[in-house]
Design a protein around this ligand. Structure first.
Ligand SMILES: O=C(O)CCC(=O)C(=O)O
Ligand SMILES: [Fe+2]
Length: 399
């Protein structure tokens, strides 16, 4: 214990930087089955020598095998600034958009487009209802994900990998590559896509996982395209502008997060603050609250409303809109009562796409607030900085 304490003290500065770590490793899917080019993060790491935690087995395993755990093991204690403690967050109601309005009469359609546009400009986050995806499919997806996390460890470890290039990965915390300040979270991530060419690699246990996930990811992609269309129109662009900007190959990545109940939820986090690097992330959870977003330096706690999706804008859309819309920092907190599951599906451009403001929004080059960068280079830059948060975006901003 003394050793660990000393170590914690020595690494406090790095730990503070890591508090801003981000995730969302990515891969491409190809409409033409051509290639898979996954890119992922190498989170900043700290060796925790003398630790007794067999962290690679995951937090769920640790909790399940530590009866009556009363304290968070020191390896999971994060240096959360005093004023940003999870429990201090204010209840926040993000805008709710009834997407059926997009199919309504002209006035209703315009007011829905306007609502989406102002939610993007003011919040970067909104909730969608009447989104067209059946609640039974959402519940089915949550069920296969829950069943996956409830499998015996050996079964989950079939997908365990330290190689961030692997198209399907089960892991824990931010990365399994080395020990570092740990986060209270296990995850399963893999690519999606209209043609799921990695389908044969997805978990085959539970036996229905592949079929349910395939259907779910197809529907969520369609939903993303509808929202991309509305956002394009709201920006005064052609309705298919953003979808076309994604290129022939887009990026769809599903990350299922499992945050076990935690004895001291104020001391750790499920996910450190980050913004997503792609265009839109579409998230649902199992009815347990845990998502927090940062607005005007204050953390807001987003309620969980079953049957709805939370949608958030990533860095790609901030740049494309030339800063009119902002990607917003968010984090996942944990709680003492119940395990939380969230399923986040990110949608972004192909890896070789140029991230830059939409040309119709810029009359002169000098109006561009961001310097162009190839998407995969942006991801690498974002995931190699130890500051994270939104620091990669700051790097490509013109003064
Ligand atoms: O658990 C959540 O609600 C958020 C997940 C998230 O932000 C992510 O996976 O990038
Ligand atoms: Fe996120």
């Amino acid at each position: 214990m003394a050793n660990t304490l000393q170590l914690n003290h020595c690494n406090q500065g790095i730990l503070m930087s890591m508090y801003n770590a981000t995730l969302m490793p990515t891969a491409t899917w190809s409409k033409t089955h051509r290639k898979i080019a996954p890119i992922s993060s190498n989170s900043p790491v700290i060796a925790l020598n003398n630790s007794n935690i067999d962290y690679k087995k995951g937090v769920k395993y640790l909790v399940d095998n530590s009866k009556n755990m009363k304290m968070v093991p020191l390896e999971f204690v994060l240096p959360i600034p005093e004023g940003e403690r999870p429990s201090l967050a204010i209840d926040g109601s993000i805008p709710v958009i009834d997407l059926s309005g997009l199919n309504g009469p002209v006035e209703q359609r315009l007011s829905t487009l306007h609502a989406i546009s102002s939610a993007c400009a003011l919040w970067g986050f909104f909730r969608v209802t009447n989104h067209g995806i059946k609640v039974s499919l959402m519940d089915g997806m949550l069920k296969v994900v829950e069943d996956f996390f409830n499998l015996p460890l050996e079964e989950k470890m079939r997908y365990g990998s330290d190689d961030v290039m692997d198209p399907v990965r089960y892991g824990t915390s931010l990365t399994t590559t080395r020990k570092h300040a740990l986060h209270w979270r296990d995850f399963l991530r893999h690519y999606g896509g209209l043609i799921p060419h990695t389908y044969h690699l997805w978990p085959d246990n539970p036996s229905t996982y592949r079929d349910v996930a395939k259907e779910y990811l197809k529907e969520v992609w369609q939903l993303a395209v509808i929202i991309f269309g509305a956002i394009s129109e709201g920006l005064g662009l052609d309705p298919d502008y953003i979808e076309s900007s994604l290129g022939d190959e887009g990026t769809q990545l599903i990350i299922s997060n499992y945050y076990p109940a935690c004895p001291e939820p104020n001391k750790t986090l499920g996910l450190a603050p980050h913004s997503d690097h792609g265009g839109l992330t579409i998230v649902m959870d199992n009815g347990i609250r845990g998502l927090q977003i940062k607005r005007n330096q204050t953390w807001y706690s987003v309620p969980s409303i079953p049957g709805t999706f939370v949608v958030n804008l990533g860095d790609y859309l901030e740049v494309l809109s030339n800063g009119k819309y902002k990607s917003v920092e968010h984090r996942a907190i944990v709680n003492a009562e119940a395990a939380r599951i969230s399923i986040a599906v990110g949608h972004g451009p192909e890896m070789d796409a140029i991230v830059q403001p939409a040309s119709p929004l810029i009359k002169e080059k000098s109006e561009s607030k961001y310097r162009p960068i190839v998407y995969k280079d942006y991801i690498r830059a974002q995931q190699s900085t130890i500051k994270r948060g939104k620091s990669a975006l700051d790097e490509i901003m013109n003064n």
